[in-house]
Design a protein around this ligand. Structure first.
Ligand SMILES: [Zn+2]
Length: 175
């Protein structure tokens, strides 16, 4: 069957519905600096609980992605120094605009709690174009950043219950 771009988006939505996994997408807005940003070193305070140490305004949103690794039921490993950290391939729908350095948290959600299972940093993203040149979905590569796990969990533990609830319900929250 010939897939028109319209169908491709629909196909993606069906796959997302059947195989999608809720994750947290943390977008780093590098046009707005956090108050912790150090102008001399051009970095944020790693312990800042407002920006997760990124030095910039962040927005947090729960979204459903297709996790290629869990579909394959295996995890690829790449050697980074002496530790092995999984590399993930995730598919985002066309309404997002994932960018390098943005973060992804593989997470578990309950009514009022967010448990972070893994923190990843986006290392590559590709807009998959349909025949009309329109973005149909995104392929995203992300590497795990295990050293950020504790800090990220603390961040979500300290988040106001209002913001936590908004995120769990699927709203975008700006910090
Ligand atoms: Zn900050």
């Amino acid at each position: 069957m010939f897939l028109t771009p319209f169908n491709l988006r629909n196909e993606f939505r069906n796959l997302q519905h059947d195989f999608g996994e809720d994750i947290l997408y943390i977008k780093i807005n590098d046009s707005i600096k956090c108050s912790c940003f150090n102008e001399f070193y051009k970095v944020g305070d790693p312990d800042c609980l407002k920006c997760l140490g990124t030095g910039f305004n962040i927005t947090i949103e729960k979204t459903k992605v297709i996790n290629y690794n869990s579909m394959k039921n295996t995890v690829q490993h790449s050697k980074v120094g002496e530790i092995y950290s999984p590399i993930y391939t995730l598919y985002f729908d066309h309404t997002k605009n994932p960018e390098i350095k943005d973060r992804i948290c593989l997470s578990e959600f309950s009514e009022n709690q967010i448990n972070i299972k893994a923190v990843c940093e986006i290392t590559g993203t590709n807009a998959e174009k349909g025949s009309l040149g329109r973005n149909e979905f995104y392929t995203v590569q992300a590497k795990t950043r295990p050293e950020l796990l504790t800090q990220t969990q603390n961040f979500f533990n300290n988040l106001s219950s209002d913001n936590k609830e908004l995120i769990i319900k699927g709203n975008e929250v700006s910090c």
